[in-house]
Ligand binder design. Structure first.
Ligand code: HEM
Length: 423
């Protein structure tokens, strides 16, 4: 039996594989509890999480949204209002130039820029692309009767969907797949040249090039819209800013959705009765996806920095403290979701999870993610009669082995081997 009080949430690989016990233990003590290893306030209660993301969000900075307490702050907070210190120290902090970590006015104006590009028309056109892409991806594996979902299907799907949305031309998709290091599949890439470094760094030059090209040669695509966009006050964003926004969109849309696809297949494989129901009632697939998001949440933690003394759920949080919302804690809070470990897409509040966050930083790509996973599942389910988890790789149903990526920010299966019968 694990001693949860001794486990370090941010570094213990056992928690990366399954944090259910840890968050339940923390919540049972208090929905907002300071853990001993990094002094982080762990938020594991649903109402407390909404307080941080909603009514009390003004007391927090998102500068640490991605990194949490690792690495430590590059300054020692002093005084009762550290907003200015956070602003001054941003250049010394990692990841702080991306949308998810911006604060206040800077965040609002850049978010508005992206929001105005994600139009219904753009998403509709993207859905047509997704439908064709999914058919091609399923065609590539269907006759084999088995595949490793994350590499053979999910990553290619999510990468190419976001590439199409942004306007990376189809003839360059194979090169993109190639650069990211995905298997070539039928896209014709050569998996030899893998990019191991931070994808957003190497993407930078490529997207800068695309934006410069669209400035000179406008097309009907989102990168053209981006390069022609203006802030609400009429001022023009710099090319550097636009490049970072495009890279962030690509990164945010690429990896998270792939994780959701893999988790969905895990549930389908583990619960054949759900498969049967969804084949008979495909209109229930959206509810199924919401329950997968509640149960498995690709973004595991949302961290914030207290920029003034505040309190959450009645617990005092001092200025300079880092607070980490456990998505799983909130999504599995029995006060909000009765019998939380049971997969039940008939829950009346099935969309109440916080897997896309809430408030001013809530995910801008949620409609896209929901759409691409829905189209993928519709297609896969209609062309198979029985999707099974490979026992050779993951063990028998009573004692499955699923390895997750060892990170405290994102949650994802390292691999998922499935088999099926063709319909
Ligand atoms: C299942 C898939 C996805 C999940 C679970 C997810 C989750 C999240 C979460 C939790 C946040 C907020 C982080 C915070 O509050 O600190 C976020 C922000 C964001 N997501 Fe997603 N995301 C997904 C897919 C996408 C896609 C496909 C796109 C792109 C089209 C996207 C674009 C963004 C952007 C731009 C933000 C930043 C919003 C802001 O800071 O104002 N996401 N996402």
């Amino acid at each position: 039996m694990a001693d949860f009080d001794k486990q370090d949430f941010f570094t213990d690989p056992a928690i990366a594989d399954d944090n259910t016990g840890y968050v339940a233990h923390m919540r049972s003590k208090c929905p907002v509890l300071r853990e001993p290893h990094h002094g982080v306030f762990m938020v594991t209660g649903y109402d407390a999480a909404l307080e941080v993301l909603g009514t009390r969000s003004g007391s927090f900075s998102s500068a640490v949204a991605v990194t949490g307490p690792i690495p430590p702050l590059p300054f020692t907070p002093h005084g009762d209002d550290i907003r200015e210190q956070v602003r001054e120290n941003r250049p010394n902090m990692v990841w702080t130039e991306h949308l998810a970590t911006m604060d206040g006015e800077e965040h609002a104006k850049n978010r508005a820029l992206i929001q105005q590009l994600l139009t219904h028309k753009r998403l509709k056109a993207n859905e047509n692309f997704v439908a064709g892409l999914v058919i091609r991806l399923v065609d590539a594996v269907i006759d084999k009767g088995a595949c490793e979902i994350t590499e053979d299907f999910a990553h290619a799907l999510s990468t190419l969907v976001i590439a199409d949305l942004l306007g990376v031309p189809e003839e360059e998709h194979a090169g993109l797949i190639d650069l990211i290091g995905l298997p070539p599949t039928q896209m014709g890439g050569d998996a030899g040249h893998k990019v191991q470094a931070d994808p957003l760094t190497w993407l930078h030059d490529r997207f800068r090039g695309y934006l410069l090209d669209r400035k000179a040669n406008p097309r009907d695509d989102m990168m053209t819209d981006l390069v022609q966009s203006r802030y609400k006050d009429g001022s023009e964003p710099t090319l550097e800013r636009l490049t970072r926004l495009a890279c962030f969109l690509f990164g945010a849309g690429q990896d998270t959705s792939a994780r959701l696809v893999a988790f969905s297949f895990r549930v389908l494989g583990d619960q054949p009765e759900i498969q049967a129901q969804l084949r008979a009632e495909p209109e229930r697939i959206p509810d199924f996806i919401e329950e997968v998001l509640r149960m498995y949440y690709p973004v595991k933690t949302l961290s914030r920095l207290a920029v003034e003394p505040t309190e959450v759920a009645g617990v005092a949080v001092p200025v300079g403290a880092i607070l980490t919302i456990n998505t799983g804690g909130a999504n599995h809070d029995p006060h909000r979701f009765p019998d939380p470990e049971r997969f039940d897409f008939n829950r009346p509040n099935v969309r109440d999870h916080i897997s896309f966050s809430r408030g001013s930083h809530a995910c801008l790509g949620a409609p896209l993610a929901r759409m691409e996973v829905r189209v993928a599942l519709e297609q896969f389910l209609s062309r198979t009669s029985d999707i099974r988890i490979s026992e050779a790789h993951h063990g028998p149903r009573e004692s499955r082995r699923y390895a997750c990526e060892p990170t405290y920010l994102l949650s994802g299966l390292q691999a998922l081997h499935v088999e099926w019968d063709k319909a």
